[in-house]
Design a protein around this ligand. Structure first.
Ligand SMILES: Nc1ncnc2c1ncn2[C@@H]1O[C@H](COP(=O)(O)OP(=O)(O)OP(=O)(O)O)[C@@H](O)[C@H]1O
Ligand SMILES: [Mg+2]
Length: 312
């Protein structure tokens, strides 16, 4: 079931078309990645869906509410992490969450205290709650900023570049937290990112946009498959000999066979049906297998080819 349905969404800034008739949907509970080069229109798209700016044309429904007709209702059901964390540096972490909880209508003292405690526990910041945000590291500020976006338990979370500017360790921590959030809090997450690694690890599906237009949508695997020719099965052996190589070459599903040292690369049509046949053939010919895997290009390769193909 889709919780975000976007139709013909467009944003113009003067003569610049920043977002150009986007159509897509995000399903309940999924992490949906929004990828694209600088200036592609990712932030503008998120800002429209969170009702921070209005579209020039088209519309969208977020959690069943129309973003043009019911912006206040939409704002109640979404949490947003913007490009800058929007925290009060001179207040403590606790005071920040307390302030934003009130601002988002969590005013019952008991409910508010429980929610804040729960968020501090989830993000591992309870011990630091009484420190001023100014003294926090970038990674800690980012965690607090995500906690801030969640104070009112929104079922939909928009994250704009959540790992930007973080070192690899903090990025991994944030990634793990996003994964846990999607699993435990059952949040639907729209994740804007430059880090293809984040998208590949977290997103069920991604949409690549360029110059405001959708150029490809699908799971990371589907996008990778779109740019490859045929899949390749790689088999590493203890030792490769002519008998094994000939056995592989004679297999009906092997379209092309190459070998390097003790490794064979077999181009096939369908790895699911070809792999058992390859393994059987090799073992029958006396080969000792170390590893077998299907090679596909990374999302990064797919992304670069798709974006480049679009602009050439
Ligand atoms: N308020 C604004 N006024 C004028 N132009 C704008 C405004 N906001 C965005 N733009 C332009 O719209 C285009 C899309 O910008 P946007 O910030 O959505 O891209 P982005 O994909 O988020 O890029 P980045 O990866 O750099 O964050 C850019 O050309 C940008 O300069
Ligand atoms: Mg942006």
């Amino acid at each position: 079931m889709s919780v975000i349905e976007v139709t013909g969404l467009t944003k113009k800034f003067g003569s610049l078309v920043a977002v150009d008739h986007l159509d897509f949907e995000v399903w309940r509970g999924e992490v949906f990645g929004l990828l694209g080069p600088n200036g592609a229109g990712k932030t503008t798209t998120i800002r429209m869906l969170a009702c921070l700016i209005s579209p020039s044309e088209g519309s969208a429904r977020v959690n069943g509410q129309d973003i043009v007709e019911e912006p206040l209702k939409v704002r109640e059901t979404v949490g947003i992490l913007t490009e800058n964390p929007c925290l009060y540096e001179r207040l403590t972490a606790y005071e920040n969450l307390d302030f934003f909880a009130e601002a988002y209508g969590v005013t019952d003292p008991l409910e508010k205290r429980e929610r804040i405690r729960e968020l501090f526990d989830f993000f591992g910041l309870w011990e630091r709650r009484n420190e001023k945000v100014a003294s926090f590291s970038r990674g800690m500020k980012q965690k607090l900023a995500i906690a801030r976006a969640l104070v009112h338990r929104p079922p939909i979370l928009f994250l704009d570049e959540p790992t930007a500017g973080l070192d690899p360790e903090s990025s991994k921590e944030i990634r793990d937290l996003i994964e846990r959030l999607s699993r435990k809090e059952k949040c639907t997450i729209l994740l804007c990112t430059h880090r293809l690694e984040d998208a590949e690890k977290l997103a069920n599906r991604v949409m690549i946009i360029n110059k405001g237009r959708n150029i490809a949508t699908g799971s990371p695997e589907q996008l990778s498959e779109r740019i490859t020719g045929q899949p390749v099965v790689e088999v590493k052996l203890v030792k490769l000999n002519r008998k094994v190589l000939n056995a592989v070459k004679n297999l009906s599903q092997a379209l092309k066979v190459e070998s390097f040292k003790d490794k064979i690369l077999i181009t096939v049509e369908n790895p699911k049906s070809a792999t058992p046949e390859i393994v059987k053939g090799i073992v029958y010919a006396g080969g000792e297998i170390l590893t077998v895997k299907t090679l596909r290009p990374s999302l990064e390769e797919a992304y670069l080819k798709l974006v480049k193909g679009e602009s050439s």
